[in-house]
Design a protein around this ligand. Structure first.
Ligand SMILES: Nc1nc2c(c(=O)[nH]1)N[C@H]1C(S)=C(S)[C@@H](COP(=O)(O)OP(=O)(O)OC[C@H]3O[C@@H](n4cnc5c(=O)[nH]c(N)nc54)[C@H](O)[C@@H]3O)O[C@H]1N2
Ligand SMILES: Nc1nc2c(c(=O)[nH]1)N[C@H]1C(S)=C(S)[C@@H](COP(=O)(O)OP(=O)(O)OC[C@H]3O[C@@H](n4cnc5c(=O)[nH]c(N)nc54)[C@H](O)[C@@H]3O)O[C@H]1N2
Ligand code: SF4
Ligand SMILES: [Mo]
Length: 800
């Protein structure tokens, strides 16, 4: 990876992983495994099963595999010879790229995964390390296998009957006393569309509240609010064709190679093979910047500034698409006026981008035949995140780069199912499934009829957003919570505040696959099946709805999320007639127009390699690879430009807090680590938190590589190990979000939130740093998996 100047950083962290792993794979893996696998493969009877593992050998060399998994391959091959391996095609449970692969399993154990291009419209033969190798968590010894109830402050195992009765009682008591809006529900974007659909039904029909939300609030809700009010749909307008073939990209706030590796591969390929222009605007010089025609380092929090600067330059120099603006948009005059203040000088002063970089990017983007605007959290996780989205959407409109196969907006979504489960299925405080507003009588009637309710019983007030739920507990407005597949103690802004909120609840139920730091606060914990034990569908970032299939039987007494919700509804006297997730999708077809023609049967019988992208209005509708060809999805059919002229983030550095911390992800860890901390391969690289700091800044503070730093913000403090690298600028540091100890959310703040989207300002926190006490040590994450190692040496032998 980058940072040749600071080779020390390559010892730990993500930097250097690829090179190291490649070397390792070449020297150890290739010799040992190639020989091993191929000699066995020779004798194998069934080519179909062995070939995948042969194929893996070359992947190891090129794709940086974790050592431990190599041995599973050998096991799998010998198992294969007994011809007892099950093969199940399913969709990846980590990020929203939507890779599909075959899972090889035997007797409930996952042996390996291999992409099968016939059933993988998005990834073909590629996946990243997490999709291909991080699955030890499924069979981990510390999976939740039985419901738990808390008694005298301690958990004990309970039957499903007892646990569900206790949840029903806990919720009902609060509802009786303070009404349904004293309760709130968090649905999981890790879970399927079907799971999420029934969760929203439960909150609305059974409890009678719109207090339901999900992790989308912490993530891309600014995207959803910005795009839906500009174009109509809160989703990407283009799909893979654009990502693979466009003439130009503007990428910002996206660490694409680490967070969406398979999309990054497509982009890099297009840049290399077809000479597509790539502009990257990001405060950190992330790896994708190395492929860019121009990398512009921006000050965190000043995205409206440089984006409006581009729009201003384009208008000033008559590079805008007048015909498109005239025929397909409203609001241009106001934009023309409000971008005036974003002169090249102002942009340089505030956002740090020199005038020539603005001019070059503006000219190239405006003159390109096609352009994709791609972004992730660097734009959204701000106290004016929605304005950032307006700014990038305005740029797409002013240049006319939207509504065609290779031009448009492409936010890269986050969780595996945040597009579908986190949005389309309506576990949202303001919308029924299909983005049909709860405030609208017509939709309240539609859903009340479907659920056989009186329309007056269908809650009409919009509910709490996820971030507002955590504020409402402190105000005593919220007393009970049901959290499905979310780990807010580590992921919400200001961990201390999140913990305090959970402690302030009168009742908490958590439904997860592990006893997380959040679940520890619960009165009742319900064990859910993991993705590889579940059936249903996920919807990818590119609006592909794809099947998820059970590859192994559930561990212990864990149950699918939808089934738990159904059984909980039964406790309240509601008998829902679902026997399989496909029954739930049949109901969705009737109620959600964009999913009108998406059935499990149709997904099962798609032609080889074909996907189905919503909107799919009817049974025979072919799906929609790109949107807005003729009109936008607004009542007038026109796109609406919105003013976005806020400049500063909510906090700016001063003498006490002179540096800006930004937070995010690394390739080998996933969020709060419940899945990847249990994978030896992932842990051999990032088993603890760290602070990326520029070598010049380090020198100024007398900090050396691997020193322990105390980092203090206006909201909290933590300690983590210094990693010297030129990825951040001199004025910034980066801390990953994955870790409770030493992680970013010890320093972030719960307020202020973005106005319309209520997203936290995770990406801007002012900090002070100092050397920590000499005896401070970076806390290595420990989970109960006995195979987990605290070795950080990449060459540590594996005994897996
Ligand atoms: N390996 C891995 N992959 C994941 C996940 C994971 O946990 N691990 N999580 C998934 C999820 S839910 C999501 S939402 C996505 C997130 O995907 P990303 O958003 O790509 O992930 P982050 O690491 O948060 O990176 C944000 C990027 O924004 C930049 N940035 C920070 N501040 C600013 C700013 O003020 N302006 C601009 N323009 N840029 C800024 C950072 O330098 C970084 O490059 O990843 C998904 N994929
Ligand atoms: N500082 C900082 N903080 C951030 C971010 C950042 O960039 N910076 N990013 C934010 C973003 S974008 C996001 S999306 C959030 C993510 O925050 P979370 O969603 O809280 O993180 P996860 O670790 O993915 O939590 C998912 C939980 O679901 C459980 N789980 C997995 N599969 C299933 C299943 O099938 N069923 C059930 N019931 N449970 C399951 C897992 O064990 C885990 O406990 O973090 C946010 N926090
Ligand atoms: S890119 Fe995302 S969907 Fe694809 S294998 Fe990796 S984590 Fe899974
Ligand atoms: Mo996310």
């Amino acid at each position: 990876m980058s940072d040749d100047e600071t080779p020390d950083t390559e010892k730990e962290g993500v930097a250097g992983f690829m090179a190291r792993a490649r070397e390792q794979a070449q020297s150890q893996a290739r010799d040992a495994v190639e020989e091993h696998v191929q000699s066995r493969a020779k004798d194998a009877v069934n080519e179909h099963v062995v070939r995948p593992f042969e194929h893996k050998v070359s992947d190891f060399a090129g794709n940086a595999m974790s050592e431990g998994r190599l041995f599973s391959v050998a096991d799998a091959v010998s198992d294969y010879q007994l011809n007892e391996i099950d093969v199940t095609d399913t969709t990846c449970e980590f990020c929203a790229v939507g890779c599909r692969f075959d899972v090889y399993s035997k007797d409930g154990e996952i042996l390996g995964k291999r992409p099968n291009p016939d059933k993988a419209p998005i990834n073909g033969i590629s996946t990243c390390v997490k999709g291909k190798f991080s699955h030890s968590y499924v069979n981990s010894d510390d999976r939740l296998t039985q419901p738990l109830v808390k008694e005298d402050g301690e958990f004990r195992e309970a039957s499903w009957d007892e646990a569900l009765a206790r949840v029903a009682e806990g919720l009902d008591e609060i509802r009786e006393e303070d009404g349904p809006d004293a309760l709130s529900f968090v649905a999981s974007s890790k879970a399927t569309n079907e799971d999420n659909y029934v969760m929203q039904r439960f909150a609305r029909e059974v409890i009678g509240t719109n207090n339901i939300d999900n992790c989308n609030r912490l993530c891309h809700s600014s995207t959803v609010s910005g795009l839906s009010s500009t174009f109509g749909f809160g989703a990407a307008s283009v799909g893979l064709e654009a990502l693979e073939e466009t003439d130009c990209y503007l990428l910002t706030g996206s660490n694409t190679t680490e967070a969406h590796p398979v999309l990054a591969t497509r982009i890099k390929q297009n840049v290399k093979d077809n000479d597509a222009d790539l502009f990257v605007f990001d405060p950190r010089k992330v790896q994708i910047a190395e492929y860019a025609d121009q990398y512009s380092r921006v000050e965190p929090g000043y995205d409206t500034t440089w984006l409006n600067g581009l729009t201003r330059y384009i208008i000033e120099n008559d590079l805008h698409d007048e015909e498109f603006i005239e025929e397909r948009t409203t609001g241009f005059e106001q934009i023309e006026e409000t971008v005036q203040k974003f002169t090249p000088e102002f942009v340089e002063e505030k956002a740090g981008v020199p005038p020539e970089e603005i001019a070059n990017a503006a000219e190239t983007i405006a003159e390109a035949d096609s352009c994709v605007f791609g972004w992730t959290l660097g734009l959204t996780e701000h106290s004016h995140g929605t304005e950032n989205i307006y700014a990038i959407a305005n740029l797409a409109l002013v240049t006319g780069h939207i509504g065609s196969p290779k031009s448009g907006v492409s936010p890269f979504r986050g969780q595996n199912n945040v597009q579908g489960g986190g949005g389309d299925m309506g576990p949202l405080p303001n919308n029924f499934p299909g983005y049909q507003p709860v405030a609208d009588e017509e939709y309240r009637r539609k859903f009340a009829d479907a659920y056989d309710m009186d329309v007056d019983d269908m809650p009409r007030e919009e509910g709490y957003r996820l971030t507002d739920m955590f504020l409402a507990v402190g105000e005593d407005d919220l007393r009970g919570m049901f959290i499905q597949g979310e780990n807010p103690v580590t992921s919400e802004p200001n961990s201390g505040h999140a913990k305090q909120a959970l402690e302030g609840l009168d009742f908490l139920a958590v439904q997860d696959i592990f006893l997380t730091e959040t679940a520890e606060h619960a009165d009742v914990v319900l064990p859910a099946t993991s993705s590889l034990e579940s059936n249903g569908t996920y919807t990818s970032s590119t609006r592909h709805v794809q099947l998820v299939k059970r590859a192994v039987d559930p561990v212990g007494n864990a149950k699918p999320d939808w089934q738990i919700t159904k059984e909980l509804a039964a406790e309240f006297g509601y008998e829902w007639e679902y026997d399989h997730p496909s029954d739930i999708m049949d109901e969705v077809n009737d109620l959600v127009p964009i999913y009108g023609g998406i059935t499990h049967e149709r997904l099962e019988n798609l032609d080889d390699g074909d996907g189905l992208q919503w909107p799919v209005w009817e049974d025979d509708h072919p799906g929609t690879p790109y949107t807005y060809e003729d009109e936008f999805q607004t009542p007038s059919g026109l796109a609406h430009m919105h003013v976005c002229d806020t400049v500063d983030p909510s906090e700016t550095p001063d003498e006490d807090y002179p540096l800006v911390m930004t937070s995010g992800r690394v390739l080998y860890q996933y969020h709060t680590g419940t899945m990847t901390f249990r994978e030896e391969g992932d842990m051999s690289y990032n088993d603890r938190s760290f602070v990326e700091i520029h070598p010049d800044t380090a020198a100024e503070y007398g900090v050396s590589q691997d020193d322990m730093l105390r980092i203090t913000s206006r909201h909290g403090e933590t300690t983590a190990m210094a990693q010297l690298t030129t990825r951040p600028s001199e004025g910034e540091i980066f801390i990953p979000m994955h870790y409770l100890e030493g992680g970013a959310n010890n320093l972030t703040k719960e307020e202020p939130l973005d106005g319309p989207a209520r997203t936290p300002e995770y990406k801007v926190t002012d900090v002070q740093i100092s050397l920590a006490d000499a005896d401070a040590d970076g806390s290595v994450v420990r989970v109960s998996n006995p195979d987990a190692t605290d070795e950080t040496d990449a060459d540590a032998p594996s005994d897996d």
